[in-house]
Design a protein around this ligand. Structure first.
Ligand code: SIN
Ligand code: MN
Length: 212
């Protein structure tokens, strides 16, 4: 199924396409952003943020938590979705404020089962990777940017190809769907302190995915 065609009539139009990823600049109003940050504070109270480790045991530079049926975890066994937090508790529910963005952006598709929350402090980055641990790539990944500006890089479906970059700002929404669903992407760096949304600076990235 081509979700882009399916939803073409009802989806808002992207401001720009970066390597096939649709970016909706400034989609979230200031009050939307404040509401989402408040809701994420509650998520972090129920599911404390932690530093995932790579297979070799190195802590990643982003810190993470999640909401929904699945969260994301990584240790010496590698990256994977898990249905419980490291503490053994379930993940909290995905906040309604975030769910409503999925409904607008993804349209008539299943609800997301994972709302992954990554915090980028000063110097944090994310290497180029594909999001390919989900069972069905027909469903898009919807990504919300909150806080400091981030240099987002997008390539194609093969590692090592040409890439394009864009500065994602607080309130931007990016949708990786259709032919761009498996495109390599990552964050080269953030401009620490460029936004006043988060006390203490930094950036939150929220990604919504259908896992099964
Ligand atoms: C990700 O690929 O999970 C992160 C993308 C971003 O931080 O904008
Ligand atoms: Mn990703």
């Amino acid at each position: 199924m081509d979700f882009m065609k399916l939803n073409d009539a009802i989806m808002p139009k992207p401001t720009v396409s970066v390597g096939g990823v649709s970016v909706f600049k400034g989609f979230l109003s200031s009050s939307d952003q404040l509401q989402i940050v408040d809701d994420l504070r509650l998520v972090a109270r129920k599911a404390p943020i932690f530093s995932p480790k790579t297979k070799s045991g190195k802590p990643m530079s982003v810190r993470t938590t999640a909401a929904g049926a699945f969260g994301w975890f990584s240790d010496h066994q590698g990256y994977r979705y898990v249905s419980q937090q490291p503490s053994g508790l379930d993940w909290p529910e995905i906040p309604a404020s975030i769910m409503s963005i999925w409904k607008i952006m993804a349209g008539c598709v299943p609800d997301p089962e994972c709302c992954l929350v990554n915090y980028y402090g000063e110097g944090a980055r994310m290497g180029l990777h594909q999001d390919r641990d989900e069972a069905n790539f027909d469903w898009p990944v919807v990504s919300l940017s909150l806080g400091d500006d981030a240099l987002f890089r997008v390539g194609g479906v093969e590692r090592g190809g040409r890439t394009e970059s864009i500065w994602l700002q607080s309130g931007d929404v990016a949708v990786m769907g259709g032919v761009a669903r498996l495109n390599y992407h990552g964050v080269d760096r953030i401009k620490f302190g460029s936004s006043r949304l988060l006390k203490g600076g930094g950036r939150l990235n929220v990604t919504l995915r259908v896992v099964r």
